[in-house]
Design a protein around this ligand. Structure first.
Ligand code: FPP
Length: 236
């Protein structure tokens, strides 16, 4: 069994969590941000080295404007906290996705957090914001094309590794486990290239309710899986 070093999570169910309690959707996102902080600590304690979370997709811009601005405000608050606590948290934080559509303030905060946290030695947290898997692959092709045009690469030298090295995730390994909360069984354009050999797990729990116990259950489930990467098991 390959060691579980990278969990990628599709954070889902904040809205439904809030609705069930008669609260505005925003309240679900605020609770979801608290859950993220707890799960980062809990995952690292359990030996997980990489945690990647899908916080905002390219399609999420289609939500009502007040919800989008509440989420962006929350990202800002979260980034400020991460910058302030960077030494204590010891996390290396990266953002993946297209930054162009983010406000200048958010772009600056992301850059500052990436800079202050890059030499930390704890959990590698990657936050996908304005992220789409197809857009990421398309972007990789454009980067490769530029290298070919510049004469830095030949067509025959394009390999799977070259494509991986031109993705937003070039510095992190592919996820061992992709988990989605709140019952939906879709990938929703998340880490399409990187998911080739990932294990998938869909849990009913809404993201704000996801806790250490749910994390332990996910790890236990992963450990029961038999990852063969297309090969035949030796004892068969
Ligand atoms: C998913 O629930 C949540 C989002 C798309 C919003 C963004 C996530 C957070 C605020 C969590 C914390 C992340 C950071 C980086 C601070 P949903 O709204 O799709 O839920 P629903 O499917 O029940 O409507």
């Amino acid at each position: 069994m390959k060691e579980l070093e990278h969990i990628a999570i599709i954070l889902d169910g904040n809205g439904r969590w809030a609705k069930k309690r008669g609260l505005p959707r925003k309240a679900g996102h605020i609770e979801g941000a608290k859950t993220l902080e707890k799960i980062c600590r809990a995952a690292y304690k359990r030996g997980i080295k990489y945690l990647t979370v899908y916080a905002f997709s390219t399609e999420n811009w289609n939500r009502p404007e007040d919800e989008v601005s509440a989420i962006m405000k929350l990202f800002g608050t979260y980034l400020d906290k991460c910058i302030k606590d960077s030494k204590k948290d010891n996390m290396v934080v990266r953002m993946i996705g297209d930054r162009e559509r983010l406000s200048d303030t958010l772009k600056d905060k992301v850059k500052e957090l990436e800079d202050v946290s890059k030499d930390n030695t704890g959990l590698n947290l990657t936050i996908a914001i304005n992220y789409g898997g197809r857009a990421e692959i398309l972007n990789s092709f454009k980067e490769i094309y530029k290298k070919i045009s510049d004469g830095a690469l030949a067509v025959d030298e394009i390999t799977e590794d070259v494509i991986s090295e031109n993705l937003y995730t070039k510095d992190i390994p592919d996820p061992d486990l992709i988990l989605r909360t709140s019952g939906e069984m879709r990938l929703s354009n998340f880490l399409l290239w990187q998911a080739a050999y990932s294990e998938f797990l869909f849990v009913d729990c809404a993201w704000p309710d996801f806790d250490e116990n749910e994390l332990d259950k996910a790890i236990e489930e992963y450990n029961k899986r038999d990852r063969r990467f297309g090969a035949i098991k030796e004892d068969k």
